[in-house]
Design a binder for this molecule. Sequence first.
Ligand code: CTP
Length: 420
Amino acid sequence: MATTEEQVSQTPRVLLCVTGCIAAYKACEVLRGLQRAGCDVRVAMTEDACHFVGGTTFEALSTHPVALDLSTYPDSSIPHIFLSGWADVALVCPCTANVLAKVAAGIADDCVTSTLLACDIPVLIAPAMNNRMWANQATQANLTTLIHRGIEVISPDTGLLACGDTGTGKLADVSDIVNQTLFRISRLQPSLLSNKRVLITAGPTHEAIDPVRYIANRSSGKMGYALAEAARDAGADVVLISGPTALTAPYGVEVVYVESAAQMYEAACKAFEQADIAILSAAVADYTPQHPADHKLKKQHEQDRSLLSTLALKETDDILAELSRQKGSRVVIGFAAETTDLLTHAQEKLMRKGCDLIVANDVSRQDSTFGSDTNRITILSPEGEEQLPTMSKAQVAKELIIRAAELLKENDSGCQGEVS
Ligand code: CTP
């Protein structure tokens, strides 16, 4: 097992155990996905797995010898002890019903099951089998045993199986398997925001005029989703409250989908009860129709036309101002997307809303406009301004998470000082 934090964080080591099932070929893609994310991967295979994919394939992909039995591994005379000690996590992919049963029973009759029995590291399994084998009470009881023991099960999908049956038993998506393994690795060591809870709001809101029409804005949600990923990668538990976007939810992040400003307000206030940090990047509508119609308004109808042409609006509740009011020693960060007098408006928002930081960006610029993959921000605090160069939204998010963590630390140490 990797012994220093540095080894875990710089080159996470994954032991990939491949067992005998047609989905074994997908283990090659899983291996590649883990390598692309910076992992060093070694492979152990059962004899049956070799009927589906040759050991040479995994040897070439992993650039390590492949463990096929307990006596012929070039790197060690006791491969099951060597491999279980070398890896940070073990992933069994695909995991047959047979190997699943053996692991549950503690049987160690080949290289893969012996290695798994010797593992005191996190183990993930990605089962793949026929739907009736999956549904069998024996398999389900074995799964329960494994889950109780702390083994993570990457649930199989439902669909057309290799045998022609349709049901549950299809190996989970390669990207889900890779993401879940990476997520497990990321939680192995303490990091910047371990045991902290971060609330992010993202995207636009839709304010209903009638069941068909709404008022919205150009926010893509990219900045908020990048922030959620960065907070997750810093070890935080993340709640992302998202307005309607075309983005895929980041893995390992709890997402609460909302539509309107009122729904976002309610969800954010609830999530803030448990949060240490709130970063409100959503472009929340400032005004919403006062009387949304319950039927589609028809311009041919006199009354409806008058409602449409003179839409009465009311102001929405300001989430940022409210959370800042409640915050105590927690950290609250807001955004200011402007097209004129960026810093003047942002400074005014910082004072008016009472948050810790305002992140200002000029959305009339090509490199920081709505929907772009880059952002150029100035961070304003009561102490002053900090201009950052144009960066990807992922980099901007990392910078903001670092600053939020620093602020939280300062606030926490300030509170401890007060108590003592
Ligand atoms: N915000 C919020 N709740 C609202 C409106 C805005 O939490 N009902 C937050 C946004 O998420 C963002 C910041 O407040 O962090 C933006 O401030 P705001 O004054 O609303 O900016 P604009 O919507 O651009 O309005 P204007 O510049 O016209 O004042």
